[in-house]
Design a binder for this molecule. Structure first.
Ligand code: HEM
Length: 374
């Protein structure tokens, strides 16, 4: 749809079903991605004799928080879940991207998955229409360098080829990210992607992004979350505790999160970047960064996390083996958009089903925050 066909005062593109365009060979490529991921995941099951996620297998904390949708949002932001000012309990899972359990000293992208509980209204997936959850899955990078299913399949094939040589796997992973375009930071300055020889910047000071587009009620958006309170804002771009990295090379990320939340409260802010131009801000290629000068991220809600034990044995097991995060756990008003999102529908279902089956663990969507153990 051309921008000129849907004029509106702010210049934001209005959502319509024809914004999504099926790609040549998409179904075959998508199936190949999911089948390859499943094969790799079976190898991982044999490695650990426990089933883990196809991606983001290692968690660094399962946290309880509260999302507060801001009052008086303008019409273009007061959409879907964000229509009414309201507080919701959430469960957050911090993670590292690979579908295997790696030492934290290896650099990698980090994930922040947010499950919002108590969301009324019929959900997008027919089999989950009565659930009460809306998930947002975010990574500490603004784009997905393999922004189409075709590119993702090329990467997935390499991962499968190299799976038994983890050092090479690391190289491939890094190469794929560096192959992506340069990104612009929030000040508009060009930055090279992460340096893959270090564990990266502070997990609690980073900004996390949906990387690809979702429906945002009447509009189309990418979502991001970043530090708001001074204590986490001060960690932005900072290295992580070097002594801890030496003392606990396997899992210092988990310890950093655990230590922080022993006695501190953190506040983050959720924001939405609305699409203004489908050519400059495409939904069918997640590797194209939507520039802030074209459309800035605009605040929509805060997320407050109080002190707590983020890695008790009960929490870890609940977060890893009971919960499933999935971008299609959503209201129709926030359905994922574009081919790199469409492939996720089968990918997450396949991974989660296998994991729960092999671990003989229940697959449940929480209906109340009280289901999260302390
Ligand atoms: C487009 C941007 C993407 C983002 C922001 C993203 C983010 C995430 C995050 C944060 C998690 C961890 C969820 C948790 O803590 O349980 C995750 C898991 C996962 N991701 Fe993605 N991801 C993206 C694209 C993809 C793609 C393209 C695929 C495959 C085609 C994929 C496959 C998976 C799978 C299979 C899991 C594990 C699901 C489970 O077993 O519960 N992701 N992703």
């Amino acid at each position: 749809m051309e921008e000129s066909e849907s004029p509106n005062p702010n210049g934001y593109i209005r959502y319509s079903d024809d914004i999504e365009v099926k790609q040549p060979n998409e179904d075959e490529d998508s199936r190949a991605v999911v089948e390859s991921m499943a094969r790799v995941n079976k190898i991982m099951f044999e490695r650990y004799r426990h089933a883990i996620r196809d991606a983001h297998a290692k968690n660094h904390g399962i946290l309880r928080g509260e999302l507060e949708v801001y009052d008086n949002l303008p019409e273009h932001l007061a959409q879907g879940l964000f229509k009414q000012p309201k507080k919701y309990p959430v469960i957050i899972r911090f993670s590292t991207a690979p579908g295997m359990i790696e030492p934290d000293k290896k650099s990698s992208q980090r994930g922040m998955a947010i499950k919002i509980i108590g969301v009324e209204g019929e959900k997008f997936l027919p089999e989950e229409k009565n659930e009460l959850t809306q998930d947002f899955l975010l990574v500490n990078y603004p784009i997905i360098p393999t922004g189409t299913v075709k590119d993702y399949l090329d990467q997935q094939k390499k991962i499968e080829d190299y799976i038994n040589t983890p050092d090479l796997f690391q190289t491939v992973q890094g190469a794929m990210l560096v192959a992506g375009r340069k990104i612009k930071n929030l000040l508009g300055q060009e930055e090279e992607p992460n340096n893959f020889s270090t564990p990266g910047s502070h997990i609690l000071g980073d900004r996390y992004f949906s990387m690809a587009a979702i429906r945002y009620g009447d509009y189309v958006a990418k979502i991001s979350i970043g530090p708001k309170s001074e204590n986490v804002a001060a960690l932005h771009g900072k290295d992580m505790d070097e002594q801890l990295q030496k003392d606990e090379p396997e899992s210092f990320l988990t310890t950093i999160v655990k230590n922080f939340f022993k006695d501190q409260t953190a506040v983050y802010e959720l924001s939405a970047q609305l699409c203004k131009d489908l050519k400059k801000m495409p939904v069918e290629d997640g590797s194209v960064q939507w520039m802030e000068e074209d459309s800035p991220y605009q605040p929509i809600a805060s997320l407050t996390i109080l002190p707590q034990d983020t890695f008790s044995p009960q929490r870890r097991v609940y977060g890893d083996d009971v919960l499933s995060y999935n971008p299609f756990h959503c209201l129709p008003a926030h359905r994922p958009l574009g081919n790199i999102m469409r492939v996720r529908r089968l990918a997450y279902e396949t991974s989660s089903k296998y994991r729960h089956h092999m671990n003989a663990a229940p697959r449940v969507e929480p209906r109340s925050i009280d289901e999260l153990p302390d």
